[in-house]
Design a protein around this ligand. Structure first.
Ligand SMILES: [Zn+2]
Length: 221
């Protein structure tokens, strides 16, 4: 049972709780008002939509602090345009927090993308990953022409690019642009072998980069 300090000594959970206490102590030693200030509110400039993979430790790999990045993560950083969870996160970040950047971030050797490229069943994930299979089918010639070890990462990149396009078509994003706000959507890949983030150069900075059918002329969505 979890709760209080009753964790099994030396367990991973016990270690995490202890790490937290150590961190709180360090932060308070540096600035006694740190948590008082942090509790007042947040105004992050970035929304990060990434994979749940444990290696995508956003705060660590970007050297950012609590309050800097609003985060949504799921397996294979999917952005289904009918998914209430991701849509709620995007709407809150764009409309209320007024973030200036949305980053769709995949990573190399993504287990979700790898599973989508395979014929093995992975339970309920078969449904979640199906659109990545569709993406493969749509780009089959390009992917099949690549050496096998590059295919997962290329499909992962295409998945990120599709995510950027999906976000750039959302009504809440177009409303922000209509208000004249700065809002850019970026596609990045975390290269696990080097730790570096690769910019896929697919950023969208305004409605001119989106097919006109998605532009809004009036009213709220
Ligand atoms: Zn992943």
């Amino acid at each position: 049972m979890l709760g209080g300090d009753n964790h099994e000594p030396n367990s991973a959970v016990c270690q995490v709780i202890q790490n937290n206490k150590d961190w709180v102590g360090e932060m308070q030693a540096k600035n006694p008002e740190y948590f008082v200030d942090l509790a007042k509110g947040q105004s992050p400039k970035l929304l990060w939509i990434g994979c749940s993979d444990s290696r995508m430790a956003v705060d660590v790999l970007t050297q950012t602090n609590p309050g800097d990045i609003f985060i949504h993560r799921n397996i294979a950083n999917r952005i289904p345009s009918e998914d209430l969870n991701v849509l709620s996160v995007i709407e809150y970040a764009v409309k209320h927090l007024k973030v200036e950047h949305v980053i769709v971030a995949g990573h190399t050797a993504c287990g979700g993308v790898k599973a989508a490229l395979s014929n093995d069943s992975v339970g309920i994930l078969d449904h979640w990953l199906r659109p990545i299979k569709e993406l493969y089918v749509a780009n089959e010639d390009e992917i099949n022409a690549m050496p096998e070890h590059e295919r997962v990462d290329r499909l992962g990149e295409l998945n990120v690019i599709q995510g950027v396009r999906t976000v750039s078509k959302l009504p809440v994003v177009h409303e922000a642009w209509k208000e004249g706000r700065e809002l850019r959507i970026h596609g990045w890949m975390l290269q696990l072998h080097s730790g570096l983030l690769k910019d896929l150069d697919v950023s969208v900075a305004g409605p001119k980069q989106v097919e006109s059918i998605f532009k809004l002329t009036s009213g709220a969505h």
